[in-house]
Design a protein around this ligand. Structure first.
Ligand SMILES: NC(=O)C1=CN([C@@H]2O[C@H](COP(=O)(O)OP(=O)(O)OC[C@H]3O[C@@H](n4cnc5c(N)ncnc54)[C@H](OP(=O)(O)O)[C@@H]3O)[C@@H](O)[C@H]2O)C=CC1
Ligand SMILES: O=CC(=O)O
Length: 326
């Protein structure tokens, strides 16, 4: 008999077929209030779980006594209780690498769009204001040859450093708990403490995972340490920034502007003050959202689940100590 799994995301037809060849699949388009009771019911027999989003916490895991592996269609896994999964011998698989270059493109895009005010001026044209030549009120700020401070110098941070260094001639500073010698060797990137990075960077770019250590790593005190001309970019996770403090800093001119792909609450509430600020560029968590990369992530997640349930895991496992035990 094929192992039972629960799928909670719509997959491309060929990948869905691949799952059906290996498993008995109970499928939901997404997790929602409507689908949740049936999802819980299906979890009771499930050995595998695949999808993205949702909170997979201890209470939910307790309702999935047969679960052996979960495969998230994302690299970030802050929505999973990894300790509890490990305690229960449940493998957690994720999709690093396949999305790295695309997310770095998004970060570079946000830097350019924010510095050069592209969405704001697009709206200005559409509103019928382009009747004369532009004045200084509408000028932006240069990106090339400035200093970028990257928080997190893992896969995505490195891909951003490559673009910044070779493409834009930028000086690269970065902050991590452990220095990354490759970043220095390839991109002349300098490891520094957070305060130095904040004080010296023209662009502060967040590529950090969300953990108890990175939660609200950027709050009022850190924003106060940035240059008044600085631009803050976040494509890591929303709660790395204290969003109320950021809104205040954008309103009172503590920093110049922000480009945000991730938020403390997603979807961003319609009454968020961020929507009212011209010096913010907003993106709806599109870091990896290209046709090619979303397909690659889904394919990687499907292969990850097959490997996890077949006992052939070689990569992409968050808690590999279990794979060894199994
Ligand atoms: N916007 C979007 O659509 C997307 C967002 N993401 C986000 O990007 C994150 C990073 O992905 P990726 O680059 O692949 O991950 P990596 O694990 O390769 O890199 C994470 C980096 O963060 C650093 N880091 C972790 N904790 C701290 C800390 N407390 N202080 C300073 N540095 C820290 C790590 O260095 P060290 O351990 O030495 O401190 C490492 O350099 C994901 O976890 C996800 O949240 C990813 C994909 C798409
Ligand atoms: O936010 C996206 C991810 O892959 O993590």
């Amino acid at each position: 008999m094929k192992p039972a799994i629960v799928l909670y995301k719509t997959l491309p037809a060929d990948l869905r077929q691949k799952l059906d060849e290996h498993f008995s699949v109970t499928a939901f388009d997404e997790l929602s209030h409507q689908t949740f009771p049936a999802f819980l019911q299906a979890l009771k027999n499930a050995e595998g779980l695949i999808g993205s989003g949702g909170r997979i916490d201890a209470d939910l895991l307790a309702q999935a006594p047969k679960l052996r592996a979960a495969s998230t269609i994302s690299v970030g896994y802050d929505n999973f209780d990894v300790d509890e999964m490990t305690r229960r011998n449940v493998l957690l698989m994720h999709t690093p690498t396949v999305l790295t270059e695309t997310v770095a493109d998004t970060l570079m895009g946000l830097m350019l769009a924010t510095a050069r005010r592209i969405p704001e001026l697009d709206a200005w044209i559409r509103d019928g204001h382009w009747n004369d030549s532009l004045g200084a009120d509408h000028y932006g700020t240069d990106v090339h040859h400035k200093t970028v401070g990257i928080l997190g110098m893992g896969r995505i941070g490195m891909a951003l450093a490559q673009r910044a260094h070779f493409g834009f001639g930028m000086k690269v500073l970065y902050n991590t708990r452990t220095p990354n010698p490759e970043a220095n060797q390839k991109y002349q990137a300098q490891h520094c403490d957070l305060d130095t990075l904040l004080a010296q960077s023209d662009f502060v770019c967040i590529t950090l995972p969300l953990t108890s250590q990175t939660h609200h790593m950027i709050g009022r005190a850190q924003l106060d340490k940035m240059k008044k001309s600085a631009i803050l970019i976040n494509a890591g996770r929303g709660p790395v920034i204290d969003e109320d403090a950021l809104i205040e800093a954008l309103k009172d001119g503590t920093i110049l502007a922000a480009g945000l792909d991730v938020f403390e609450r997603e979807p961003l509430p319609h009454d968020s003050d961020l929507m009212k600020l011209k010096n913010v560029v907003l993106a709806p968590h599109i870091g990896s959202a290209t046709h090619e990369t979303r397909y690659g992530m889904a394919e990687c997640a499907v292969d990850n689940l097959i490997a996890a349930l077949n006992g052939t895991v070689k990569e992409n496992c968050v808690n590999p100590q279990i794979a060894v035990k199994n």
